[in-house]
Design a protein around this ligand. Structure first.
Ligand SMILES: [Zn+2]
Ligand SMILES: [Zn+2]
Length: 380
């Protein structure tokens, strides 16, 4: 069994994509086989492990599948049935990360970092939705008001008034500026984001009044999310493109709806099955009979009690549990049987119970009550 990906990267389950990225960068620098202090095989295995974890957790779709189904879920996602050494080298960020490794080690000589003004996707957002257990039965459509950033409609995201922009003069449109420093170890070149255009590569004479030159505005969009039947507590549903606006023409981030199922006072969930309880009588347990049980849909189902059922037995009503996420047969409703012991009974009931007890070979005294003792004294 492979290790938990979050554990591999040493991040929390709810880590942001930035946290995941920075954890990976740190580990990749430490274990890259070309630079690691460890034995080659150890470093390679370690590097593979962290790269695999990163490949899954940095991809919002794969991460969501992993969160729901674990390793089994994402392994199916890899085209050749598993992770291979070549897979990760195609990964977008790898040049970025290598740029980092080599950039800092060799004074920028092999730096291949993507330029700052290349398209980047916007931030993904999270919304926590609470639903009832009955919504798991039927599925539910919810409308979420999502506050997010959006490209400014007046300047089309450029930040210049009426969209008028020109190539940034400070960086020549690259979005980056280089600083050369002399140090004891030789020449160091550092590449930073251009302060004039903040990495966009373009600048303007007059800023757009609507967004004050930001190119982005805050807005709230109503997004319909359909929560599927059989949803698990803690599932993440992805709404592509409903997150923050992208940068430099990149795609918008996603919206993740995390589903929380409220605990129910009558039913307890166990996967696709439900548990509940029913109160019956001692005679019905002995002789057999039936009780009405309320199902999650609010209907009444007849529970058959076989003769000789013990207190605490669990009986099953088939098909009255929860639906499976992909469809198919519903789970079952398990009913735990209990009896109510009455604290007040009539004289007639007492008489029957005593006879019953005698019949069962018990030795209940016939005259324990004060009332019957008094009767005897009076000779009634
Ligand atoms: Zn604007
Ligand atoms: Zn610039």
């Amino acid at each position: 069994m492979p290790r938990d990906y979050y554990e591999v990267l040493g991040v929390a389950k709810d880590a942001t994509s930035d946290e995941i990225k920075s954890a990976y960068r740190k580990l990749a620098k430490q274990y890259h086989p070309d630079v690691s202090q460890e034995a080659k095989e150890t470093a390679e295995a370690k590097f593979k492990e962290i790269s695999e974890a990163y490949e899954v957790l940095s991809d919002s779709e794969k991460r969501s599948i992993y969160d729901q189904y674990g390793h089994a879920g994402v392994n199916q996602q890899f085209s050749n049935g598993g992770f291979s050494w070549d897979d990760f080298t195609h990964y977008n960020d790898i040049s970025d990360i290598f740029g980092d490794i080599f950039g800092s080690m060799f004074g920028g000589g092999r730096r291949q970092s993507r330029s700052a003004n290349s398209p980047r996707s916007g931030e993904s957002l999270r919304y926590d939705a609470e639903i009832d257990l009955s919504d798991v039965l039927n599925g539910k459509s919810i409308e979420v008001s999502v506050p997010h950033t959006s490209n400014c409609p007046d300047c089309h995201g450029t930040g210049g008034k009426d969209g008028n922009v020109h190539t940034c003069r400070q960086c020549g449109g690259t979005g980056q500026v280089q600083t050369v420093r002399r140090t004891a170890f030789g020449q160091m070149v550092s590449v930073d984001m251009c302060p004039t255009c903040r990495g966009s590569g373009s600048s303007f004479e007059e800023r757009c009044p609507k967004c004050r030159g930001q190119g982005r505005v805050q807005k709230t969009t109503k997004v319909s999310v359909s929560i599927p039947k059989g949803v698990q507590d803690g599932s993440r549903l992805r709404v592509p493109g409903a997150g923050d606006a992208g940068y430099n023409g990149g795609p918008a981030g996603d919206l993740f709806v995390v589903v929380h199922v409220r605990p129910d006072s009558v039913f307890e969930r166990d996967g696709v099955n439900l548990w509940t309880g029913v109160t019956t009588t001692y005679p019905r347990l002995v002789l057999g009979g039936s009780e009405e049980v309320r199902t999650l849909e609010g209907e009444k189902a007849l529970l058959k009690i076989p003769a000789g059922t013990q207190v605490g037995s669990v009986l099953r009503i088939q098909g009255k549990g929860l639906p499976r996420p992909g469809g198919g047969i519903r789970g079952d409703l398990f009913v735990r049987v209990r009896i109510d012991v009455p604290s007040k009974v009539s004289e007639l009931e007492k008489e029957y119970l005593r006879k019953l007890d005698e019949g069962a070979g018990g030795a209940a005294p016939k005259s324990t009550g004060t009332k019957s003792r008094i009767k005897k004294k009076l000779g009634v």
